[in-house]
Design a binder for this molecule. Structure first.
Ligand code: FAD
Ligand code: SF4
Length: 509
């Protein structure tokens, strides 16, 4: 009897109950396939890091006595699609049953469910034992409510999992949320913690990937790949983050600087999303730091909210709303992405840095993704599906279940406000306040019209004016609409003219 157990590239959970005991009747299968490298154009580091981590994981399983079958991208027997490879392996190893772990992406969930249903042998999907909530839990919690506010979901998660709670069942510190204290700009001090992630040389693997004809974009950095490739490296990264960065995470969570691309962020999203780390252990480490008085409550609460709140919540939105969610486009936006999304070659200093850094490192932190790239895309009316594919390709941590609600919901408001209570848009004032980008920019952050005026300014007012029908009833936008209505006609005309100029020459900005 042989049971074939499939492991996908984002299912590298060494602590899964499947691996508790080696059993010669279980054949673990991992495969590098063109099906997965080609469904969207990926950043080179994303392909490289996932394949390298899969190879490391397969070695780890084999050395623990498990039977492992690994199909590399250049294996002559590799048929480059999951079902075709499974068919061949099931026949070759006389497999009597098929098992797989619950995929996190709708696309793979459908594919494997259809595949399992059509098989002549027994087949079953098992829990990935990673998340704190079931796929349907958010849907059950929100029911038919029109708005799904993350904060209410988060409070329930805190209480249910006993995170940052007193023994009497109240939030520690007397408040659920310390966000108001987490909005400082960064002026160079405290210093950004030194880079301490392990460095890998994967030039051979990169050569194999290229020779196999896999398309990609961005810098591979194959000689000095910085992403954690196994659980030990991920745990070490978590330790260093908690010691050196977590104490400042809250204060500078929203800050941006051309002098520091990581600031006090953890860069743990890749390790979490491929399941090298469990969300629970990351949350527990952060909470312990507060209990040990090694990090302030505002920082720890802010960090935990991202994982216990946002991460579980967006997953719930994804499973509740797919597949229809993928085509959300409440504003009917349809502009092409300007070419500089793929090169970083723009004169807007903030976007040059955020996109340049994304191409170089496959990472940008949350506010760069939301208030620079996403903000610009929404103000300029870029096609949200193209924007979604760009985000899904470029970031090391981009898997559709977490990327799509963040992009279409939080960032592009394409779902009409299921996820965000108002669109995350701003003029240059916010970017100037939270960053040091404006000083070195060709454009002038305080000007609204004229050739050197910052494009964000005119686009911001133009966005509000042209989407009045969808947005005017939103109480959180009452103030900007009042400001717009009180503007003298001459200023409104100048803004309209400048916005039209900007939209006409997006590629040349
Ligand atoms: P930190 O700032 O250190 O935060 C700690 C952890 O919290 C992260 O590792 C992540 O697991 C979690 N987290 C933080 N914010 C979110 C959020 N909004 N949703 C879900 N989890 C969150 N995150 C992804 O993991 N994959 C994506 O594809 C992705 N796409 C995004 C697209 C857009 C348009 C936006 C606005 C955000 C996106 N995010 C995504 C959320 C967030 O930006 C990243 O999780 C974060 O920048 C990763 O860097 P970090 O590990 O240093 O995070
Ligand atoms: Fe960005 Fe405008 Fe500031 Fe330039 S002036 S960095 S485009 S916000």
């Amino acid at each position: 009897m042989t049971v074939l157990r499939l492991l996908l590239g984002d299912q590298l959970n060494a602590n899964h109950s499947w691996f508790g005991r080696a059993d010669p009747g279980m054949l673990y299968v991992l495969m590098e396939v063109r099906q997965e490298t080609g469904y969207v154009l990926h950043h080179a580091q994303k392909i490289l890091a996932i394949f390298a981590a899969m190879r490391d994981f397969a070695k780890h399983l084999a050395s623990a006595g498990h039977r492992v079958c690994y199909l590399s991208i250049d294996d002559p027997h590799n048929l480059q699609s999951i079902p075709a490879n499974l068919d061949r392996l099931i026949a070759r190893h006389r497999v009597t049953a098929f098992e797989y772990l619950a995929p996190d992406e709708w696309r793979l969930d459908r594919q494997l469910a259809d595949y399992a249903e059509a098989l002549a042998i027994p087949a079953a999907m098992r829990d990935s034992e990673h998340f704190l909530t079931g796929r349907d839990e958010a849907a059950g919690f929100f029911g038919s409510r029109r708005r799904w506010t993350m904060e209410s979901f988060y409070r329930r998660m805190r209480a249910r999992h006993g995170v940052l709670m007193t023994s009497a069942g109240a939030p520690v510190g007397g408040r659920w949320n310390f966000d108001a204290e987490n909005r400082k700009a960064w002026h160079g001090s405290p210093a950004e913690p030194a880079e301490c992630r392990a460095m890998h040389d994967h030039r051979d693997l990169w050569a194999q990937i290229v020779a196999a004809g896999v398309d990609s974009f961005g810098e591979p950095r194959a000689e000095h790949l910085r992403w954690p490739l196994n659980r030990a490296e991920a745990v070490a990264q978590l330790d260093v983050f908690v010691d050196r960065a977590l104490p400042y995470f809250g204060d500078y969570q929203d800050a941006m600087s051309e002098r520091a691309s990581r600031l006090f962020h953890s860069l743990l999203s890749f390790a979490l999303n491929v399941k090298m780390l469990s969300p629970r252990e990351v949350i527990d480490r952060a909470e312990q730091a507060w209990r040990d008085e090694a990090a302030p409550l505002a920082a720890v609460e802010g960090f935990i909210r991202q994982i216990l709140g946002w991460r579980e919540y967006v997953r719930g939105v994804y499973w509740a709303r797919m597949p229809g969610y993928a085509s959300s486009n409440v504003f009917g936006h349809d502009r092409e992405l300007p070419g500089w999304f793929w090169t970083g070659d723009t004169q807007m200093n903030c976007l040059r840095h955020a996109i340049g850094q994304s191409l170089e490192h496959a990472h940008a932190h949350h506010i760069q993704r939301l208030m620079l790239v996403g903000n610009f895309a929404l103000l300029a009316g870029l096609d949200p599906q193209q924007v979604h594919r760009w985000y899904l390709g470029i970031y090391i941590d981009a898997f559709e279940w977490v990327e799509m609600p963040n992009t279409l919901g939080m960032s592009q408001f394409a779902d009409g406000g299921l996820l965000a209570t108002k669109p995350y848009v701003s003029s240059a004032a916010y970017i100037h306040r939270m960053s040091d980008y404006c000083g070195g920019c060709r454009y002038r952050h305080a000007e609204r019209s004229g050739e050197r005026a910052c494009p964000f300014n005119a686009l911001y007012w133009d966005f509000l004016a042209r989407n009045r029908g969808v947005l005017a009833g939103n109480p959180r936008l009452a103030m900007p609409y009042r400001q717009l209505d009180r503007m003298p006609d001459t200023r409104r005309d100048a803004l309209r003219k400048r916005a039209a100029e900007v939209l006409d020459r997006l590629d040349a900005l």
